[in-house]
Ligand binder design. Structure first.
Ligand code: RB5
Length: 149
């Protein structure tokens, strides 16, 4: 599984730590910036990652800003993207089991490094349950077609 990762200045440091961690647990990760801690605009990095996931270039994405809120708002504007803001383990797990989330957003100013790693590991290793949740995703896709097309 190839994972695209992006962050603004607030998430830059955590992005480096998470990138290394993802490689250590055996996944390929593509860093889409930002490349320094200088102030940047989160929509630029959310767009890069969400577009790549939307187009199927990468299966999953991870976005980090101060709270994770800005990243999730932008990412969910892209077709086929189900971005989940998860700053705890329970929502990270549920976002995969019930929502088949393909982008994980986290807030570097909300959570510590240890929890962020656990969230990422849980999110990457939990499979979508399918079943009754499939028809809900189908409804979501219908809404997306009505709104975007
Ligand atoms: C940047 O100061 C901050 O607004 C951004 O990282 C993010 O938290 C936005 O949602």
């Amino acid at each position: 599984m190839k994972i695209a990762i992006g962050a603004d200045h607030a998430g830059y440091e955590l992005k480096g730590i998470i990138t290394k961690f993802i490689e250590e647990i055996g996944y390929e990760v593509i860093d889409m910036g930002t490349g320094t801690s200088c102030s940047v605009d989160y929509p630029d990095y959310a767009e890069a990652v969400a577009k790549a996931v939307s187009e199927g270039i990468y299966e999953r994405g991870i976005l980090i800003c101060g709270t994770g809120i800005g990243m999730s708002i932008v990412a969910n504007k892209f077709k086929n993207v189900r971005a989940a803001l998860c700053n705890d383990l329970f929502t990270a797990k549920m976002s995969r089991l019930h929502n088949d989330a393909n982008i994980l957003c986290m807030g570097a100013r909300v959570i510590g490094t240890g929890l962020a790693k656990e969230i990422v590991k849980t999110w990457l290793t939990t499979n979508f349950e399918g079943d009754r949740h499939l028809k809900r995703l189908e409804k979501l896709n219908l809404i997306e077609r009505k709104v975007i097309d």
